[in-house]
Ligand binder design. Sequence first.
Ligand code: PEP
Length: 250
Amino acid sequence: MSARTILIAGNWKMNASIGMAEQLTGALTAWSARDGVELLVCPPFPYLVPVNASIANSGIKLGAQSCHAAESGAHTGDISAEMLADVGCTYVIVGHSERRTDHAEDDATVRGQGDAAHRAGLTAMVCVGETEAERDADKTLDVVATQLTGSVPDGATASNTVIAYEPVWAIGTGRTPTEAEVQDVHAAIRANLAARFGNEMADGTRILYGGSMKPGNAAGLLALADVDGGLIGGASLKAEDFTAIADAAG
Ligand code: PEP
């Protein structure tokens, strides 16, 4: 296995204000970075510029929560990957289950967004994960494999792509799969990447777990062989919880 830097990513979703963003990033920049752990914050679009200024020179990375596939044009209300790069983003989340549901984004849409991210020089964080009904029907691995095939761009490399496994039923619910179940899915994701892109890409690609990761369960999840970090929603809005999760890595 090649060394993979742990990535602790905060998805703020549609939360925060200028004041809260300043407070949160102030506390995050005061956290003493640890070797081998990278922090990423993904605020709502209006806060990207001020957050970028707040985290300057801290090593904390900036990401957005979505992008459009096109570079520019008549797409009212949308934001291109190039714009995100222009304001300091190095990451963009694509295919989050809330986008798939709220905006009917399917695998082809997500793949187009991932391609756009790569075109703009961003790392695409491609989210996949099963619903509770799919898990109950024992379809988790099939669903995740289909999403990977459909959503991950052909140009994916270990440095321009991160996969986030987020069981939909675990997001914001306080419930998680068991550690063994998480490891099984992550190992299957890595095997899927190896079959399509080769062992070197698969070994080097970070696969994050997301879904009710908290300070209390982070150490166990982050210690799993194929878990290379976390995508954190609710707990990323409290600096002490987010940094406690980062501290639990390693
Ligand atoms: C998410 O939305 O990406 C997420 C993982 O949320 P939470 O941590 O709140 O479950």
